[in-house]
Design a protein around this ligand. Structure first.
Ligand SMILES: Cc1cc2nc3c(=O)[nH]c(=O)nc-3n(C[C@H](O)[C@H](O)[C@H](O)COP(=O)(O)O)c2cc1C
Length: 336
């Protein structure tokens, strides 16, 4: 059947929105495809119709909406480059999905084959020569022969059901299932309270040498952390906050922090961090960041993002009757 016959043939009505939603179940990566137009201007757009076609010869394809402002440039260009975006390149993806803006403003590009702009920071990049073009309904399908490519060690950005997503690899071997006979898979070892408590204890043990070097006990550190949020607090307020973690704060502790120069006593029996205290908390925040990086080794960006996102949800789900001063994480957002 020729293309004209296909177009002319009667077909069942398809609701475009429902069709798009169904297609959204197919999870994809996200790419930006770039080229250079006949006038030497850089052109590019966000594309998730990218796919591999053939290994020998190396071929890839993607499709471009016929109403795209970039159509003429891609039809005329000999070369194009496909950038598979990294998990942290959501903003770049959004920028290249807009029409009529200076997409390349402020982006430092390198030059590839045919002067095609090459974007930095992606997970992989393919430089291609257009091998074939096919009409595909309201899209034009470009098949490119890959002439060179680069692969960087980066977690990819993912798109699913109309939104960005994180991809987390399943473990190759099945995780132990909790049964009374297998202690490794026992409930207590997989219990959230045990896992979170252990993780907290391990992280704190890595931070403790930095605390001890400053003659700070764990409880001092928690008090200084609360005060580093900025507001002056009374002993009773600090005590109410710490009670949630099973710790108590007495006037004696505040007095020793004042004597050590970390904290200032204000009128109205309130306390806040001194300048030395602020400096120390900045130093400790840097140490804590290092501890976090250590803890997240071999956990890629998407997994770390998901871990934090889920922990925030656990905190929100369990935050009942907590003092108003204890800040609950914000409701989910696109980055959260
Ligand atoms: C995740 C994502 C994937 C997209 N995939 C495609 C695609 O495969 N083909 C296409 O033509 N447009 C796609 N778009 C839409 C274009 O990026 C968007 O229409 C852009 O404004 C086109 O720019 P232009 O008109 O300057 O070429 C996608 C957008 C997003 C956010």
């Amino acid at each position: 059947m020729s293309e004209l016959e296909i177009l002319a043939a009667p077909r069942p009505a398809v609701d475009p929105r429902a069709f798009r939603n169904a297609l959204g179940s197919f999870t994809t990566g996200v790419t930006i495809v770039t080229t250079r137009d006949a006038q030497g201007r850089d052109v590019g757009l966000t594309v998730n119709s990218f796919n591999s076609v053939s290994l020998e010869p190396p071929l890839v394809l993607w499709s471009l909406a016929r109403n795209s402002a970039s159509l003429e440039a891609f039809v005329e260009a000999e070369y194009f480059a496909v950038h598979i975006l990294g998990a942290q390149q959501e903003q770049l993806s959004n920028r290249f999905a807009q029409r009529g803006i200076e997409k390349f403003a402020g982006v430092e590009v390198a030059r590839g084959l045919g002067g095609v702009p090459l974007l930095p920071g992606c997970a992989a990049r393919f430089e291609c020569r257009t091998a074939y073009r096919h009409e595909g309904g309201d899209h034009e399908i470009f098949v490119g022969e890959v002439l060179s490519f680069e692969h960087f060690d980066q977690a990819p950005l993912v798109f699913q059901q109309g939104g960005y997503a994180v991809a987390v690899k399943k473990p190759r071997r099945a995780q132990p299932v909790a049964t009374p006979e297998s202690p490794e898979g026992s409930f207590s070892r997989n219990a959230l309270i045990y896992l979170l408590g252990s993780a907290h204890a391990m992280l704190l043990s890595l931070l403790r040498p930095a605390l001890q070097a400053r003659a700070l006990a764990d409880d001092d550190y928690f008090v200084l952390n609360v005060l580093s949020l900025g507001e002056a607090r009374t002993v009773a307020e600090l005590d109410a906050l710490m009670a949630l973690a099973g710790r108590r704060v007495e006037a004696r502790r505040l007095q020793s922090l004042v004597a050590a120069g970390w904290v200032l006593a204000l009128p109205g029996a309130r306390f806040r961090l001194s300048d030395t205290g602020v400096r120390t908390m900045v130093e400790l925040a840097a140490v804590a960041k290092g501890v976090e990086e250590d803890a997240l080794q071999q956990i890629d960006y998407s997994e770390a993002h998901l871990l934090k996102h889920l922990l925030k949800r656990v905190i929100r789900n369990t935050a009942r009757d907590v003092p108003a001063l204890w800040p609950a994480p914000a409701a989910p957002s696109s980055d959260g």
